[in-house]
Design a protein around this ligand. Sequence first.
Ligand SMILES: CC(C)(COP(=O)(O)OP(=O)(O)OC[C@H]1O[C@@H](n2cnc3c(N)ncnc32)[C@H](O)[C@@H]1OP(=O)(O)O)[C@@H](O)C(=O)NCCC(=O)NCCS
Length: 198
Amino acid sequence: MGMQTHINEDRNMSEHLYNPDILQKLDFSKSPAVFKPKISAANPGAEWMVVRPLQRADFDKGFLQLLSQLTSTGNITRKQFDERFTQMKMSGGHYVTVIEDTRSSKIIGAATLTVEQKFIHNCSLRGRLEDVVVNDTYRGQQLGKLIVVTVSLLAQQLGCYKMSLDCKDKLIKFYETLGYKLEPGNSNAMNMRFEDPS
Ligand SMILES: CC(C)(COP(=O)(O)OP(=O)(O)OC[C@H]1O[C@@H](n2cnc3c(N)ncnc32)[C@H](O)[C@@H]1OP(=O)(O)O)[C@@H](O)C(=O)NCCC(=O)NCCS
């Protein structure tokens, strides 16, 4: 109980999940993605747009509503959100990254980089790209590319030797333009489901 009280007292709505400085330094010229016009995480192309780590305040900025355009989220309370944020931050390796429209204070895009620690390849790090989504009214304006390239360059910057993702067939071309490749003989996504999410 003491621990719980401590966490709640420390809650700071503008607290970032990870250090935002690293996003400002990403070199978008290292990505094969073509941006027309040119944009980056530091300069996303409009003064009302910002690319940054998840914040606690994003519970009130439509982050979960955005995720519900991707899959079912359930009815997550502020307390649950806060506790998961704290757990992710304490355990490390969770880089939930968002695009905010600061005019409306709404989260309009998101992607997560999860970094796994390995013994193989000389104690390497492997990145996984997950939960990529852009608000449907903002699609087709390079924001999908922007958020995916941001977390992919972040993985490289953090020292990952590779970045992996699972996607629907119709998105293969999209990810290929961003530097991802199907590996012949090694591109079979398999899952074991333990419960019905509905
Ligand atoms: C996939 C998604 C993130 C793309 O976001 P977006 O902001 O529309 O993407 P962009 O504007 O950066 O598009 C980049 C390119 O990919 C293409 N593209 C985007 N979504 C596509 C789709 N669903 N199918 C085929 N091509 C697609 C665009 O035509 C564009 O091509 P261009 O640069 O030659 O014009 C967005 O459609 C989305 O949130 N979809 C629902 C959730 C989802 O499927 N997530 C991915 C799970 S793997």
